[in-house]
Design a protein around this ligand. Sequence first.
Ligand SMILES: NC(=O)c1ccc[n+]([C@@H]2O[C@H](COP(=O)([O-])OP(=O)(O)OC[C@H]3O[C@@H](n4cnc5c(N)ncnc54)[C@H](OP(=O)(O)O)[C@@H]3O)[C@@H](O)[C@H]2O)c1
Length: 433
Amino acid sequence: MKQIKIGLLGFGTVGQAVYKLLTENAKNIAERTGFLPVIEKVLVRDLKKKRSLPIDSKLLTTDPEDILENKEISIVCELMGGIKPAEEYILSALEKGKAVVTANKALLSEKGEKVFSLVNERRLYLGFEASVGGGIPIIKTMKEALVGNKIKRIVGIANGTTNYILTQMLEKGMDFAKALRLAQEKGFAEADPSLDLKGIDSAHKISLLASLAFNFFIPFDRVYVEGIDKIELIDLEFARQFGYVVKLLAIAKENKGKYEIRVHPALIPEKHILTSVRYNYNAFYIQGDFVGDILLYGLGAGGAPTASAVVSDIVDAIEFLTTGKRGLISYPQYEEKKLERIRPIEDCEFRYYFRFQALDKPGVLSKISGILGKYGISIASVVQIGRQKGKGAVPIVMLTHETKEGLVSKALNEISKLDVVKGEVKKIRIFEE
Ligand SMILES: NC(=O)c1ccc[n+]([C@@H]2O[C@H](COP(=O)([O-])OP(=O)(O)OC[C@H]3O[C@@H](n4cnc5c(N)ncnc54)[C@H](OP(=O)(O)O)[C@@H]3O)[C@@H](O)[C@H]2O)c1
């Protein structure tokens, strides 16, 4: 049996799971592919760190050259995370003609231009299935299975942490802080969860999916991002009264040659298929012009599901190394002209949910609706909660008809300055097909 030697950069959650998978399922993989993938070296930061998974200490190193300069190693798996030094190591491995597999969405989304163009120019192999959607085979689906389609839109629930929090809030009536604490206790949220809560992790992922869908590289900084850190339980409850569920959506859409790429919380109709994606599960709802709608669902994070994706790329890398085949499909290229076709959020149109905290006085509603009317924003429904003892301000909740975001921002800015309106005005976009 021919052996293929692998170097792992990183032995954390994902690195250990890849090691475990390749150890436990080696025979299975060898029988299916005719090759035995063998881990030759593992780069870590700290050799003395206590590791929950037993590993021969001779395999561990803190010197990246032991992997990058090792001629025996033909596949390098970057499972360290972060931009530096991961970018340098990936470029160095590629330059040396090694096949590279990475789970690093942040790096590809922020710095992918350089990596993707090197891989295209030199016809090298870069697998990044694990960078989006954990165990869900979304990259291969976008890159290969749907290649015949023009992709009209992708709507993703792309982050398990935020989906877990929103599900707990909605189904158990927990406030945001309590739901976040629970997610951290259960290991679904990091000690510093800001990348997830602020929507940045979802934005990294949708930038890569949009790049594959529209066939040009869309860097992270071209994605409009809003997280769930300002969502309150009261908004989830009001949304439910109107027949909606709040989810953090990652959206990529094409319409008449213009693109919308964005991440934000959204009200989605209760009966929409994406409302059944609960807790830490992820899903990607994709529409192609010929395939119609498809839904990919599964665990979007965690060592084991992510290792499943890494190993699928390792097998593709073996094919590339042994046959030279890398498929016909190129990696997304940076094209400034095409980036100009991304529609700024101010020009996008949505229906909206608004919540104002306003004094319960005659004429307040007409002041608010007067400003909305001035900007051509028409109200579809209103709920005004009656006087509450001891409370100065009461919620007024509105759903609007379709309106341009730019006009909404101006109107809400004006409304928030009214002396009868207290605190921040809440705005959540409504997602409808
Ligand atoms: N965790 C998930 O569920 C998940 C899912 C999908 C994708 N990903 C992606 O997978 C990658 C790895 O995530 P993870 O959760 O496995 O990370 P992690 O648990 O923090 O592990 C990182 C590993 O890389 C090593 N490392 C980090 N910086 C290093 C450096 N400068 N030099 C040498 N070694 C270094 C660490 O060494 P020490 O062990 O010595 O500290 C550790 O073994 C990230 O890009 C992440 O976005 C993760």
